[in-house]
Ligand binder design. Structure first.
Ligand code: CTP
Ligand code: MG
Length: 237
């Protein structure tokens, strides 16, 4: 294998509301996780996909991978996840065979990322960048605040220049050794790191941004499911 994709899918999806673990919820009748696996396997460069399943959910995820049509040129592995995204990614990295040199980390919660975005990230890593992040300019202006009690007015500390900000997506692409080093060096603190590239930044290694895609949005809240269904329906039309 040269390039592998690790898909953290072990989260509950608290912000999506009650129901099955988020990655197992249906989108257009198919579990979100299967869409995400297909999105990675759609790239001809990806020869292995490692799914990090919800704790206790590994047998169910294995069954799902068996039941759904997936490209045969790709291998699939399932491991159990941890309490935080950071731990889940690390458990996925631990399962990689030795000959993997480029690693993508892709949220199961971004089921609709187009293959051109995946390929662009892989190409930038193969061209020599140790860490590559797809990202988009922001639509909203962002304010930094002093967080207060829920519902209470919060003092504004500042307004970063919007044109310099990017909202980051996945798949993020890495030189394998760089990402493994980052996960070895950065301790899990509270909720853990939500962004792998941020951990590489902490090492002092360079991180670059390439254009992301609107359809690589993360399904986080109920409204995101509405949008995801609409994007799928448009693709199928
Ligand atoms: N993730 C994971 N292991 C965890 C927590 C999150 O593998 N312990 C994964 C999720 O399954 C998801 C990705 O990390 O694919 C991005 O996280 P997020 O969108 O925050 O998903 P959840 O943590 O499941 O959602 P929430 O924060 O609303 O509970
Ligand atoms: Mg989360």
């Amino acid at each position: 294998y040269r390039t592998a994709a690790v898909i953290p899918a072990a989260g509950r999806g608290v912000r999506l509301g009650p129901g099955a673990p988020k990655a197992l919820r249906a989108l257009g009748g198919t579990p979100m996780l299967i869409h995400a696996v297909r999105a990675m396997a759609a790239s001809r460069a990806v020869s292995l996909v490692v799914v990090v399943a919800p704790p206790d959910g590994a047998p169910e995820v294995k069954n799902l991978l068996d039941e759904h049509a997936l490209p045969e040129r790709t291998d699939y592995l399932v491991v159990s996840g941890g309490d935080t995204r950071q731990e889940s990614v690390r458990l996925g990295l631990d399962a990689l065979p030795e000959d993997v040199s480029v690693v993508l980390v892709h949220d199961a919660a971004r089921p609709l990322v187009p293959v051109d975005t995946v390929d662009a990230v892989i190409e930038a890593v193969r061209d020599g960048a140790p860490a590559v992040v797809p990202a988009l300019p922001l639509a909203d202006t962002v304010k930094e605040v002093e967080p207060g009690a829920p519902g209470e007015p919060e003092p504004v500390l500042g307004t970063p220049v919007r044109a310099r900000l990017r909202a980051v997506q996945t798949p993020q692409g890495f030189d394998r050794d760089t990402l493994v080093r980052a996960h070895g060096a950065v301790a899990v603190d509270g909720e853990g790191a939500t962004d792998d590239a941020g951990m590489v930044e902490q090492l002092g290694a360079p991180v670059v941004v390439v254009p992301g895609h609107e359809e690589a949005f993360k399904v986080t809240r109920p409204l995101d499911l509405v949008l995801a269904e609409a994007v799928l329906a448009r693709r199928r039309a």
